[in-house]
Design a protein around this ligand. Structure first.
Ligand SMILES: [Zn+2]
Length: 503
């Protein structure tokens, strides 16, 4: 199903930089089958595979912004893109393989006014499903029955025929409609209307609001965007992005399967079950900025923040825990591992709601509840001076030679921090602020001036000059994350937080 030709032959990212970014609080994420993805944000766009026709549209220079996109299934030419053209007029590119049942709706809209056409959006989904809307009219076919019912409920009239259902809203217009495979949906008209169904999405939702409660006191707090992957078989891929608050990067909670949930909120900790535990963390040391840059243009949520997968060398990274008690938290549940107090277990997988799959010293596997485990991080603790020397020697060499293909990640030289708050970040192979602090401390000249000088090296535009062209965009976003982290350290030095959390 991969696209042939142009997607590979043309440098998509350079095409995308020709576009004007979306306005404040404007987002869309088009999820597609086979890893297709396209995001638009106020910081720019990012794409994994773009239809050749769309690449051509952008390269031709007439397109000012991409306002919306979605991908259908069954054929790579099942897609819909809405543009704002440079002359201000609306533009659309619908692939020739969109569901035929959608055509009459599109024709209807195009025959009306330019104004109506400019509000046209189409969300395509799995099994040739779709929802389309423009002004007060909407149509849909093969979407979850719950979503269909919800659309009818906010409509003054609707009727069904062979091409699906068509209706007219009681008031207002739709700005977003999306759904998942578990019967969950979200839509936005004058208000947010949703039902998530997926437990994973529900948890993300709770994380979002619990987290915000702790850090922001603002009645204007509102969602900017909700995305769900209608192609996901589990229905567990989603994105919640909040409207930007003054002085803060937008808060978000996203999960792109198969990676873990990632949150811009400081609550992103373990399974998020005990918000009170996090209060202290909220006040102190979370280096949230790297995650924030995840919604930045060229990185895109899927590239920078959520690109977890395995550690670069392919060896699985395990956590260790020591059992606090003997037996099972629910004595009769045989799927729980029969734990032995004080014995070490290997944590193989996090299953959510504070449940883990663990393996004991005898190789037996089973579930264990987080409350029965004491987590230990076992890291080779290198002397910071030695670590810094190695890192310095390597980076100096890389920068001298140039054409860098793999990022000289400092996390390979220092991995000592075991804070829960840093785990999501570290899982992605990124270094956390604590480890970076520890590593740089090894220089023996840790100061504001030193940090400033070091940071300059990783200014994304500067760093890009040392990168191999093929890897430039990817490495640039990593450099940017590190650049931001240096800023965090500088900030710590300048504004020492009350609780002295560093180190
Ligand atoms: Zn840390």
């Amino acid at each position: 199903m991969a696209l042939a030709g142009p997607a590979k032959a043309v440098d998509i990212s350079s095409a995308l930089t020709q576009l004007e970014p979306l306005g404040a609080d404007e987002y869309f994420i088009a999820f597609g089958p086979a890893g297709r993805q396209f995001c638009g944000t106020p910081n720019g766009y990012s794409a994994r595979q773009l239809p050749p026709r769309v690449v051509t549209d952008v390269l031709n220079g007439g397109v000012k912004k991409v306002k919306w996109a979605s991908f259908g299934d069954g054929h790579p030419s099942s897609y819909f893109f809405a543009y704002e053209m440079k002359d201000g007029s609306p533009g659309h590119r619908a692939g020739k393989a969109i569901p035929s049942t959608l055509r009459p709706f599109l024709n209807h809209v195009f025959q009306q006014s330019l104004e109506l056409a400019s509000s046209l959006r189409v969300q395509l989904g799995a099994n040739r499903s779709w929802v389309a809307w423009a002004g007060t009219v909407w149509g849909c076919r093969k979407v979850p029955i719950e979503l269909e019912a919800a659309l009818c409920q906010i409509s003054v009239q609707y009727h069904a025929d062979n091409n699906g259902i068509r209706g007219v809203l009681k008031s207002g217009t739709l700005t977003n409609v999306t759904w998942n495979n578990s019967g969950g949906y979200y839509m936005k008209s004058s208000e947010h209307i949703w039902s998530f169904e997926s437990a994973v999405i529900q948890r993300g939702w709770n994380v979002l609001w619990d987290g915000l409660q702790h850090i922001v006191q603002n009645e204007d707090l509102d969602l900017a965007y909700v995305g769900m992957d209608p192609h996901s078989t589990t229905g567990d891929t989603f994105a919640f992005v909040m409207k930007k608050q003054a002085g803060r990067e937008p808060d978000f909670v996203v999960r792109f399967e198969p990676e873990d949930m990632v949150s811009r909120l400081p609550l992103c900790k373990g399974e998020f079950s005990k918000p009170t535990d996090n209060l202290e963390l909220v006040d102190t040391d979370e280096p949230t900025e790297p995650a924030a840059t995840g919604l930045h243009a060229n990185a895109g949520p899927h590239r920078q923040v959520v690109n977890v997968a395995k550690p670069p060398d392919g060896t699985p990274a395990y956590r260790w825990a020591v059992s606090r008690r003997s037996g099972r938290s629910h004595a009769s549940d045989t799927w729980e591992l029969d734990l032995e107090k004080g014995k070490r277990v290997k944590v193989l997988e996090e299953k959510g709601n504070d449940w883990f799959i663990v393996q004991d010293g005898r190789g037996r596997k089973g579930y264990a509840h987080g409350s029965w485990l004491e987590f230990k991080e076992i890291h080779p603790h290198i002397d910071p001076r030695e670590a810094y020397e190695l890192w310095k020697a390597d980076t100096d060499k890389w920068l001298q030679i140039g054409a860098i293909r793999t990022f000289p990640s400092p996390s390979r030289y220092m991995d000592a921090c075991a804070k829960d708050i840093c785990k999501p970040l570290k899982k992605e192979g990124n270094i956390c602020a604590h480890d970076l602090h520890e590593l740089l401390r090894g220089s023996g000249k840790y100061s504001l001036e030193f940090l400033k000088a070091q940071r300059t090296r990783y200014h994304p535009d500067k760093f890009a000059r040392y990168c191999h062209p093929e890897k430039k965009e990817e490495l640039k976003s990593k450099a940017e994350a590190l650049f931001v982290l240096f800023g965090v350290l500088m900030d710590w030095l300048e504004n020492r937080p009350q609780k002295g959390q560093v180190g």
